[in-house]
Write a protein of this length. Structure first.
Length: 270
């Protein structure tokens, strides 16, 4: 495997260059803005490309040394992509509401995770000795806990790196990571504060195609790092009964002429 490759063309086709309406911008993003079209800020993808590459290198480095990567994205457009990418790369995710103290109060969160496992065990055991109503209440409790904690139930401790979609929506998560010294890789749209994260990646954080592209690249970088870590450890990957999953690099065939970064507001954030 190798570090996942991507191109500016892919970013353009995914609509990663479209920011928000000009009146919604964060002045700190000025250095990452190429211009504007129809009152929409256009992000400078010539800066996005090297910054995304740098972020992928960091993700691979963390995965190669056995670190844990936490994918975070609770907005509707991101939930499925965040979960799929984390599961594909054998990492962890939060795609529902972030519970305050998830990182800074890990001991309490661990107790809730233990409760989730306890309830699951009871349900899987058939709820022996319990009434139908009690079993139903346990199922509801299990579902609620699983929505909030299912993606981090096996994390075993705070992550070594966090990947975030939409820094404004996940501000509490970023604050907790910063307090604990956990590096944060994040997509920063034109209305975000790039200084709040360790590895900012200028890009549209609302378009589903763009979010999928980011998540796929981060997951591929994790898989590359896991493979590299096994090779460093002297493991014969080819002789393994369960070799690491190869990342699938999606080739996106152009569907037509690629627009200039300032042509047409299709896919823009409104």
């Amino acid at each position: 495997m190798a570090l996942p490759e991507f191109s500016m063309r892919q970013l353009l086709e995914a609509g990663a260059h479209f920011g928000h309406q000009t009146h919604r911008w964060n002045p700190k993003m000025d250095r990452y803005i190429f211009g504007e079209k129809a009152n929409i800020h256009i992000l400078d993808l010539s800066q996005t490309v090297p910054l995304l590459h740098q972020a992928l290198l960091k993700v691979r480095e963390v995965a190669a040394r056995g670190g844990r990567v936490l994918f975070v994205g609770t907005k509707r457009q991101a939930t499925d992509h965040i979960k799929a990418a984390a599961q594909r790369s054998a990492q962890y995710y939060i795609n529902q509401r972030w519970l305050g103290g998830t990182l800074t109060n890990w001991q309490t969160v661990s107790k809730s995770i233990a409760r989730l496992r306890e309830v699951e065990a009871i349900i899987q055991g058939g709820g022996v000795g319990l009434t139908k109503r009690e079993v139903l209440n346990l199922q509801r409790e299990r579902d609620k806990l699983d929505r909030s904690l299912g993606g981090i139930a096996s994390m075993g401790g705070v992550p070594d790196l966090m990947f975030v979609i939409d820094t404004n929506k996940e501000a509490i998560a970023i604050q907790e990571a910063k307090k604990l010294g956990i590096p944060v890789v994040a997509i920063v749209d034109s209305n975000c504060d790039p200084d709040a994260v360790t590895f900012p990646i200028p890009g549209n954080d609302d378009a589903a195609r763009a979010i999928q592209l980011y998540c796929d690249l981060i997951a591929d970088a994790v898989l590359d790092g896991l493979t590299e870590g096994q090779v460093r450890g002297g493991k014969d990957i080819g002789a393994s009964e369960r070799p690491p999953v190869e990342a699938v690099v999606r080739e996106r065939a152009p569907s037509g002429p690629v627009e200039s970064p300032i042509d047409g507001p299709t896919g823009a954030n409104y």
